[in-house]
Structure formats: C-alpha cells, structure tokens
Design a protein. Sequence first.
Lengths: 112, 115
Amino acid sequence: DTGVSQDPRHKITKRGQNVTFRCDPISEHNRLYWYRQTLGQGPEFLTYFQNEAQLEKSRLLSDRFSAERPKGSFSTLEIQRTEQGDSAMYLCASSPTTNEQFFGPGTRLTVL
Amino acid sequence: AQKITQTQPGMFVQEKEAVTLDCTYDTSDQSYGLFWYKQPSSGEMIFLIYQGSYDEQNATEGRYSLNFQKARKSANLVISASQLGDSAMYFCAMRANQAGTALIFGKGTTLSVSS
C-alpha cells in the first residue's frame, strides 16, 4: 500500500498522560500536514512541514502540542498533559504540490 | 478571513439520480483552489475533485463535476448517477494561500443514497 499511513489508529489515554502519533507520508511527497477533526466538524489545520522544516503552525497548536519531521520523512505529533478537550481524530495528509492533499486513515484519540 | 460554508447538513437521494451539494466560499485572494473530499464512516478523507480559481472550465472526474461560479463564490459538487456507496460525509475545502498550506474545510454535508 503506497498511501499515507498513521499509527496508532486508536488511542485511549487518561487525562494528564502524554501521547505520540506517527504519520508516514507518500514517499515522494515533500509536504506534510496535520489536522484535527472533532465530531460533526470538518478538519482544522494544525501544522505544516515542507521537507523537515515546520513552516506553519495554527493557533490551535497550543504549547502542549509539538510536531517534528526529522529528515523530511515520517512525522510525529506529541500531545503533553492531555486534556479531555483533546479527544478528536488526528489526520495527517501529504502532498507533492500545492494542490490536492492525500489523507491517512487518522488516529482517533480518546482522553478519559 | 477565509471561510467555507456548506448549508445542507443532510441530503437524501435515490440510486441513479443526480445530486448537487452546495458550497460557498469567502476569500480576498485572487489565486485559490477549491476541493471536495468524501469521508465514509471509516473516517478516511478521500480526494474527489479540484478546481483552480483561474481554471476556465469546470472540473470533472468521472461521475463528479464541480459547478464553479466565480462571481457567486460558489463551488457546488454534482454527483451524477448516485450509487449506494456514495453515502458518506462530503466536505468542501479551500486553499487560499499562495504558499499552498492549509486547507480550510466546511462543516460537511451528509449524503444518504437509498435503493
């Protein structure tokens, strides 16, 4: 399968714990995006990488959130001291150009 | 501010009929792109169709076409010959930054196709 992959697909954690998600983009895509989607809403942009450089961050990305893309390949999104309001689907997308973005299956986070 | 509005929370259609899903957008940029994505219950976002603001012809991809009316700032998705597998949530999105970063999504329309 050559699509965008995300791991884990589901994560249940207790409030206050740290969690880390991984995204593997389509191999030739140099642009990588993270979005968050809550129930009944469209995805909301979190952050964007071009190769290894994090070029844009949304105001939604609080200090508890950090993303990395070492070597311009896979990316990780870490949430520290999780809160119940962090419960959402976290979507990763990659793109070779400024046009269509190809999404992964998402990681569904539940914070108890 | 950039904004996407989808005013239809839900749409119902019978198999083999055509259906139009509405989308209006707001941007002051001259160069922008409009997208439609399908999200089945499994959760994955599936890219359907793209329209650039300077494209003179409406985009088409198989059974999907985008009715682009620039003056009205609308980008409606037309699905011809609906199939049961088209039942899903549909999102309209816009990229309005020339650097090509974030997509701004609407709230979506749930399409239900019945036999």
